[in-house]
Design a protein around this ligand. Structure first.
Ligand SMILES: Nc1ncnc2c1ncn2[C@@H]1O[C@H](COP(=O)(O)OP(=O)(O)OP(=O)(O)O)[C@@H](O)[C@H]1O
Length: 236
């Protein structure tokens, strides 16, 4: 599998006339790209707009061809998947049923293959195929959410704060899985509050504040930069 190149140019979007992002441009290449920023900066709004869930202007292209605005199904068919904040699992359905729903657009043979792959990638879920999703721990539910997104066979996987509310050990386990997914050739675009850990596994990063990109670059350089160290790592 080869990861997709995402190119976003002059994206503006918001809610009912309330503009959140103005003229935002960014790129994501195969590997991991992280977006950090304070609460309310517009990170979730950005991922939703890219996933075809919000009206927008500007262009969003995957491997050079434009993705439609406001057409989430077309975005999934073109290889994009979003794991939204809050996971949005079906709590009364089993792990397997939740995963199968993530593959609703693919033929049943492919779905069965991807289900087997998911249980290989997420051994913790393999032990719990028949457990109801709503009875799982926060970290396990997050794994179900990521595994479900992988069922659509994405070339671009977008994750909105995957480590939110997880214990440190689960954060590490989840980020290790994200690294493995990227190593398989999926482009990952991830919003994370866990700035240090996220930049440590990423190749590139963007800092988003009040709807605008205020810094960007190689993840290793951002980790050393004053803007990230002072505002996000608490280093004076
Ligand atoms: N459905 C909505 N309707 C109206 N305004 C919204 C809606 N969702 C978000 N907003 C506003 O858009 C702005 C950006 O919110 P967004 O959730 O994108 O920020 P964020 O960077 O993801 O923040 P957080 O880290 O707190 O999740 C905020 O001012 C928020 O109040």
């Amino acid at each position: 599998m080869s990861g997709a190149h995402l190119t976003v140019q002059n994206l503006s979007t918001g809610y009912h006339g309330f503009q959140v992002l103005q003229d935002l441009s960014l790129q994501a290449a195969p590997g991991i790209t992280v977006i950090v920023g304070p609460n309310g900066a517009g990170k979730t709004t950005l991922l939703k707009a890219l996933a075809g869930l919000l009206p927008r202007t500007g262009t969003v292209a995957l491997d050079g061809s434009d993705l439609p605005a406001m057409n989430a199904t077309a975005c999934v068919q073109r290889g994009l998947a979003l794991v939204a904040e809050g996971r949005q699992l079906f709590p009364q359905m089993t792990v397997t049923e939740n995963l199968e729903l993530g593959g609703w657009l693919v033929p049943s043979r492919t779905r069965a293959d991807r289900l087997a792959q998911a249980f290989e990638d997420f051994p913790r879920l393999k032990e719990r195929t028949t457990q109801l999703a709503g009875t799982m721990s926060g970290g396990e539910q997050q794994m179900v959410a990521v595994a479900r997104a992988m069922m659509s066979g994405p070339r671009l996987l977008m994750l909105d704060e995957p480590s939110l509310g997880l214990a440190p050990r689960m954060v590490d386990e989840l980020l290790a899985i994200v690294q493995r997914i990227a190593a398989q050739g999926v482009t990952v675009l991830m919003v994370e509050q866990n700035v240090r850990k996220a930049l440590q596994i990423a190749q590139r990063g963007y800092v988003l504040e009040r709807g605008r990109i205020v810094a960007s670059g190689a993840a290793a350089d951002l980790l050393q930069s004053d803007v990230v160290r002072q505002a996000y790592l608490g280093v004076a």
